[in-house]
Design a protein around this ligand. Sequence first.
Ligand SMILES: Nc1ncnc2c1ncn2[C@@H]1O[C@H](COP(=O)(O)OP(=O)(O)OP(=O)(O)O)[C@@H](O)[C@H]1O
Length: 308
Amino acid sequence: MKKMLFIYNPNSGMGLLKPKLSDVLDIFVKGGYEVTVYPTQKYHDAVRKMGEYEEQYDLVACSGGDGTLDEVVTGMMKREDKVPIGYIPAGTTNDFASSLHISKNMLEAADTVVNGVPFACDVGVFNQDYFVYIAAFGLFTDVSYETKQSMKNVLGHLAYILEGTKRIFNIPSYRIKVTHDGETIEDEFIYGMVTNSRSVGGFKGITGKNVVFDDGKFEVTLFKTPRNPMELNEILGALALRKINPKRMYSFKTNEVHFETEEEIPWTLDGEFGGVHEEVVVKDCQKALEIMVKPEVIEDVSEKKGTE
Ligand SMILES: Nc1ncnc2c1ncn2[C@@H]1O[C@H](COP(=O)(O)OP(=O)(O)OP(=O)(O)O)[C@@H](O)[C@H]1O
């Protein structure tokens, strides 16, 4: 029998897993796995568990929100013996799962874990850390004025806060030197994100078109600081239409981008606090990990699309 480690966050988002746990485990066993189950006990526990296990598992499955997936991916990236990851989304937003068409129905997602196919997916390297689908700085990424939920739904709240600041004009702004592909941009920004995702905080389309997850490239979207109400309105308009406005935003694809600031700025990685940094190097580690997906979606999420 094949061996699976199943890590889940009993506290995550909607608490959907608990009533389905027995059925989920049944699907895993019927799928041919002997399962070791581990409910996370505290913050960062999944990373610790990933770093400690000595058994030879054929698959590591996890269930929880983006934070739990991020921890399992981070733990797997640090291991020599990498195996595919299965994911049952149980959080509130689940941007990444929806990008990979992983079902919100727990039992369907459990079926994909054991009967799906491994998809070699890009992983983001952020200085010494890792992320699955978004590294972001700026508004809402400062823990001191952060509520958990607003970190998740970044763009919704970006629009919300900007609406509220129409008159006050006290939006935190950062002067940043951004370098990618031999080009340098120096400007003032209120918000920026490096993504490998089709939706951010439920906002589909804002990270650009033709996003695939194994092309070795991120989408980088940077929002310039508005200097007057008209510029602010242009940003709000772009957010409402989920479209890039090249006058107010920079948008490009790259496999490596550097951010340098004079002051430390707060970042989030996959919706969790990612520390404050003056210098950040983000690299795309192409096809670094395998994630289980439904066979029929490979063509849609992969760069092979259209070239074969
Ligand atoms: N038993 C626990 N008690 C407290 N925190 C935990 C526990 N297990 C995991 N965590 C932490 O909770 C954080 C959030 O986890 P996760 O993303 O799975 O859920 P969520 O935040 O409810 O979901 P979503 O991100 O979709 O809103 C993670 O950083 C994780 O380390």
